[in-house]
Design a protein around this ligand. Structure first.
Ligand code: ADP
Ligand code: GLC
Length: 487
């Protein structure tokens, strides 16, 4: 059912290149797929625009979501030609959502190598998002952009020879500052329509290259990131290297707002993809999930050894080199380790070798598999997330929703959501600070030991299951930011 907004409600257009469940690489997809609904319920007139990447419209169809094609197309002048897109309108979770279908969005979602040509779909997408208002007869007060893939939009509002006349405010939300959209300036500056003075060290120039995220941060009316701790970390050289100066300089317009979850989707009590459901009051179903998970991994389904699970992109950020370097020590604890993920070859290979060396203890499921991820969250005992850095992290929150106790490094959003049980005031998981095998094993061993004390363990599980990970509070903080911007 559509959420009704009053006529005076602030109009916000979400400009995002991922939108779960139709397109998702990581947490950005989850956030874009769940925050708009919460904002809408909080009284914001929010709409969403996203590219119809390959497979997206088929998923929309399969989900039985009604959709129609808007009469007018949107156009963007870029690289000396006109790029047009069909606009497919659908109502997703009560939020008007516009999928842009065009030649520009027929390749891989994110390119391996970034250059003028592979970056083009993202610039085109932002310009088409700016053109959408005329096609749909609805003009946003604020464009809410996410990560480097929509960072061209604030740049265009500030520096494009045509769009800088159009007005409109913008917010740049940083989900991950490690990805910045950096490439050679030629022939971008000429072909993009940006004014020549948009390329200098105070704007989007970065060591002679174009840096779209830097441009977006400087040009946006306000900037937010996905946890309070990450908001302060990114102002330091240790965290964001050469970009830290700009982030420190722009700190007056920077806020940290923690992510929430779609708690109806990630719900042990109602999840239809897992073999048995369970609740805080009745945990019996969790044992059935553990059994099914062990079976799926080819291990003894009746084993009572603690099962450590990981669901992750396998990239440097996530700290999996610590995991494969500690493989022998993990196996020695007697626990089982089940990992689902895909990403960089050297990490996949390191984990595959660990699994081959300890076949009775370690199992790697290579790939991206949504239903299997649910089984891991539900069937695991411990969720391991040893991130080197973590802007927010959703997986640790999801795991707690399923009574799987997180073991995480104290960094970014992990620090804001997971609290060590051995603090005097207690907590919901196990944490460590030192980013090495010893640090991680110190926390993991404590968790494996504590697991033997069934009563103590249940108390920690319930602590996590009781946490409020809904969007309610954070949607209110976003709304406040929108209102402050309109003052
Ligand atoms: P990030 O956005 O950095 O990848 P988050 O913890 O914020 O990390 O979000 C990760 C999201 O992607 C979670 O919903 C997680 O379940 C999902 N995910 C990651 N890897 C996989 C995978 N291999 N298969 C299924 N889901 C995955
Ligand atoms: C990024 C971050 C992750 C965050 C997600 C959603 O992918 O790596 O920490 O949870 O975005 O904001």
């Amino acid at each position: 059912m559509a959420v009704k907004n009053d006529d005076n409600a602030l109009k916000v257009l979400f400009v995002t290149t991922e939108l779960a469940p139709f397109s998702k690489v990581g947490g950005l997809g989850d956030v874009a797929g769940s925050l708009p609904k919460a904002l809408s319920q909080a009284g914001v007139d929010v709409r969403v625009v996203t590219p119809a990447w390959p497979g997206v419209l088929e998923k929309l169809e399969a989900a039985g979501v009604k959709h129609s094609t808007v009469k007018t197309k949107v156009y963007a002048a870029y690289d000396w030609r006109i790029h047009s897109a069909e606009v497919i309108k659908a109502e997703v979770n009560g939020v008007a959502t516009y999928f842009l279908k065009a030649e520009d969005y027929t390749g891989d979602m994110y390119p391996q190598q970034l250059n003028f040509w592979t970056a083009s779909p993202f610039a085109v997408f932002c310009m088409q998002a700016l053109e959408l208002k005329d096609a749909i007869g609805w003009t946003p007060d604020i464009y809410h952009c996410h990560d480097w893939t929509s960072a061209f939009l604030p740049c265009a509002l500030a520096w494009h020879r045509h769009y800088r006349q159009t007005g409109g405010k913008s917010i740049m939300t940083l989900h991950n500052v490690a990805y910045q959209g950096v490439f050679e300036p030629y022939p971008f500056l000429d072909a993009s329509g940006l004014e020549p003075w948009s390329f200098n060290s105070s704007t989007m120039e970065f060591y002679g290259q174009v840096n779209l995220l830097k441009g977006g941060i400087v040009a946006a009316t306000a900037v937010s990131t996905v946890s309070p701790t990450y908001a302060s970390e990114i102002q330091t050289y240790e965290s964001t290297r050469e970009l830290s100066g700009i982030l420190y300089q722009q700190r007056g317009k920077l806020r940290g707002i923690i992510n929430g979850l779609d708690t109806k989707f990630w719900d042990a009590a109602g999840d239809k993809t897992i073999p048995a459901n369970f609740t805080i009051k009745d945990l019996k179903g969790k044992a059935a999930c553990k059994k099914a998970l062990l079976q799926r991994a080819g291990l003894d389904p009746n084993s009572d050894a603690p099962v450590i699970v990981c669901v992750s992109r396998l990239v440097e950020q996530k700290g999996f080199d610590m995991v494969f370097n500690a493989a022998g020590q993990i196996a020695e604890t007697g626990a089982k380790l089940l990992i689902l993920g895909s990403g960089q070859d050297w990490i996949e290979n390191g984990l595959a070798q660990a699994a081959a060396a300890y076949p009775d203890s370690i199992k790697l499921f290579k790939g991206y598999d949504e239903p299997l991820s649910h089984l891991l969250y539900a069937g695991g005992d411990i969720f391991l997330m040893p991130s080197v850095f973590e802007p927010c992290g959703l997986s640790q929150m999801i795991s707690m929703r399923y009574g799987t106790v997180p073991v995480v490094r104290e960094v970014g959003g992990l620090r804001d959501t997971v609290f060590d049980v051995d603090r005097p005031e207690g907590g919901n998981g196990f944490t460590f600070l030192t980013c090495d095998v010893d640090g991680m094993m110190w926390a993991l061993r404590r968790a494996v030991e504590r697991y033997k004390d069934k009563e103590a363990w249940k108390k920690i599980m319930l602590e996590g299951m009781r946490e409020d990970f809904t969007w309610d509070k954070s949607a209110g903080l976003y709304k406040e930011m929108y209102e402050d911007l309109m003052q």
